[in-house]
Write a protein that binds this ligand. Sequence first.
Ligand SMILES: [Fe+2]
Length: 112
Amino acid sequence: MIALVNNLHAAVEACANKDDLKDLLVELVEFTRKHFSTEEKLMEEYDYPDLATHHKEHRLLLQYLIDLVDAVSSGKKLTFCSDYDVSTDWVLIHISECDKSLGAFLNSKGVY
Ligand SMILES: [Fe+2]
């Protein structure tokens, strides 16, 4: 996922065309969706206490990325700091913070 985010940032910095940006974003959305789905299955299986909050955050993050795909597709001019950075940082912060707690919980259940 970090590689996908780095690719997106590099493309934005290089002023890539709309189609290339959209392809990179769609790839990030698809990867994120799979990542979230895997987590949600584990949270349900092991009765994770913060499942509802975590699940809600997943939905918001995914929708934010999907909205970004729609904006790029419609030709809207996006800016690096206010659009791409916010969305990708948001996802990475979720993984480094919320998912870290989930990881510790799953480890306590013998899941590695
Ligand atoms: Fe998560």
